[in-house]
Structure formats: C-alpha cells, structure tokens
Ligand binder design. Sequence first.
Ligand code: PRP
Length: 194
Amino acid sequence: MTNTAESPSIKMLRQDQLDTVISKEQIDQRLKEMGAAISETYKDTEKLVIIAILKGSFMFLADLIRYIDVPCQIEFVRLASYGNSKKSSGSIRPVDLTLPNLANEDVLLVEDIIDSGLTLSFFIDYLQSLHKTKSLRLAVLLDKPEARSPKAAPVAIDFSGFNVGNEFLIGYGLDYAGFYRNLPYIAAIPPEHQ
Ligand code: PRP
C-alpha cells in the first residue's frame, strides 16, 4: 500500500475496470457526521491537535477537517509497512515522526484504514511513551475488523467511518504500489484482475 520503487510487473487498471465499494457521496455524508461528532466531543476544547498518519490519510484528513469547527492544529507523521504488497510486511517503518510537544494537549489521530492494526498499535505506543497528552482519540475512515493481527494491541476507535470486509481496497488516499490514491471513492480490484 505504499509508494516505493517502480514495479513493472503490476498492471494498473482504468477507473472503469474497478469495483466501487464506497462512493464519493457516501464518503462525504459520513464525513459530515464524523465532523459533527468530533466537533461536539471537543466543543469546550481550546485547541485540538490533529495528527494524520501519511501517506494514506491525506485525502480523508483534508475533507474531514472542513467539517470540524473547533480550533485545530494539524500535524503529520509518516509510517510505512506495505511496500508494493497487498499484505502488511508486519514491520512498521517510521519515515517521519517529527512532532511538537504534545504535553497536556487534546490529540486526535486521523488514519485512513485500520487493517492488521500494526501501524496504529505501533504509533499509539510510540506516542504514549513520549508524550503525556491530556487526551488521545482516534478517527479512522475504514475499519477492517476481520484482518486484525494477533500481534497488534487492541485499539479503540472513537470515530469510525465504515466497517469493511477483508478485501484489498484502493482509492481516496489508499494505494496499491503507490497508485490509485487519487480516486475520489473507495474501490476494489475485481477478482479477474488480481
Ligand atoms: C497503510 C494505511 C495505514 C496502514 C494500515 O499505510 O495508510 O496507515 O497501512 O494497515 P495496518 O493496520 O495493517 O497497519 P502504508 O503502510 O501502506 O503506507 P501509506 O500510508 O504510505 O500508503
């Protein structure tokens, strides 16, 4: 699921060859609801620090924060574990973990998908070992509960967009070998093309 070196053996499909799993309209409607729930939760908060986990979360973050009406500071970290594969390598590569001091801050993590759970389990553990935040919550667009690895610590999702089945998904920030992130909807590669 991440951008790495070129992989000539992977055939990229046109948009009309893909199966839509969650439409642009469904995503937008759900983001409005999530934004309202997040705004309500933090309505008395002076400042919310949102940390998005790149690269996959860039589109979700950009659209979600338009529906959040409390003062926000936006931060980014970058982690990678999929390479050109459709399965997690099982080891999380911290590409950029640069963050400001989060002591006594209300922090909301924004992630596009929780699949094996290893990325979030790693990052939450890392964050908690370094920063004594006032609160820490999690907003995830897609939850794939059937895919959780026994090696991932259980993670509580405070704001969840959609539960999805155990199929490989692309689009709306999610990639296959670095491609498809630009699709405005969530899609699957049809079985005949896998
Ligand atoms: C993807 C996705 C999540 C993570 C979820 O990132 O964006 O961060 O995998 O999978 P997990 O629950 O199995 O850990 P990836 O490592 O592909 O990097 P990317 O965000 O740069 O695509």
